[in-house]
Design a protein around this ligand. Sequence first.
Ligand SMILES: [Zn+2]
Length: 282
Amino acid sequence: MTHVPFPETATPSDLVGRVLGLNPGLMTGPGTNTYLVGRRDPILIDTGAGVPGYLPLLERYLGQRGWARPARVLLTHRHPDHIGGVAQLRARFPGLPVAKMIYRDTGLPSPIDDLRDGQVVTGDGVTLVPVYTPGHASDHLCYYLVEEKALFSGDVVLGGSTTVIPSGDGDLADYLASLRRLRGLDIRRIYPAHGPVIEDGPGRIDEYLAHRMLRERQILEVLGDGTATIPAIVARVYRDVAPALHHAAGMSVEAHLRKLAREGRVRERPERDAPSRWELLA
Ligand SMILES: [Zn+2]
C-alpha cells in the first residue's frame, strides 16, 4: 500500500472545513480532525490536544476562508485529544463559547455549556443535531449535519481503524446500541475525528457491527478451547495484529468479556497476582 500523507487542512465540502490537530500517534492516527462547519462564522467541532502548532494552522485556514474566528466550539467528548485545545483557543479568542454533554465530568475547563441529545445548534447555513452515542466514552455526542445528511462521528466511527472501548468509562453494549442507533439515521457521509472522510457511512457502520460480532464469536470459541486469560485470548484472536496494538486489543477483549458476563454467558474468576481467568457458562 502506498502511503499518502494526510493533509493538514482540507475543505471536504462547501459547508465543512477540516484542520488537523497535529497530534499523530498510535491511537490518534494522523491526529485529531477538527471541523469548521458553516458558510460564515463557523462552528468548530473538537479542538485537538492543544499542541502549539495547531493554533497557527487553524488561523491560517480561517484566513484562507476569509473568516476571523470560530463562532463557538462543540465537543464530541472529554478525551484529551478532543478537548485539550480549549484553553489555547480561549486565550486567542476570548469569550469563545464551548459546549458538550456534561456527564460524569470532573475538571472540565470552565465555563462549558451543557448540550443534550436532540438540542439543535444552528450556524450559518447549517443545522447540527447532537446524537448521544455512549460506548467509547459515556459523554459522547455525534453531530448530525442536516443539510448534507452527514455525521460528525467523533470517536464512534473512525476513518482508519476500529474504536477502542476503554475499560472503566467505555461500554461495549452501549457502543453497539449507539452504532445501531446511527444505522437508523439517514446518513450519507461520515466525518470522523480521526482519518479520512468516509463516503459510505452506512456501509462502514455495518462493517463495524460485523467486526464486533466476529470478535465476539472468536472470543467465545477460544474460551471454549480453555483459553482463559485476556493476554492468552489476545495472543490467539489478534494473532495478525501488530504487538504494539495488543494493549488496545486487551481492552477490546475485556470489553467483550464484561458484556458477555452481564449477559450471563461467561464468568470471571479473579486470581491472586495474575490475570483473571474467564470461563464459559453453559
Ligand atoms: Zn476518544
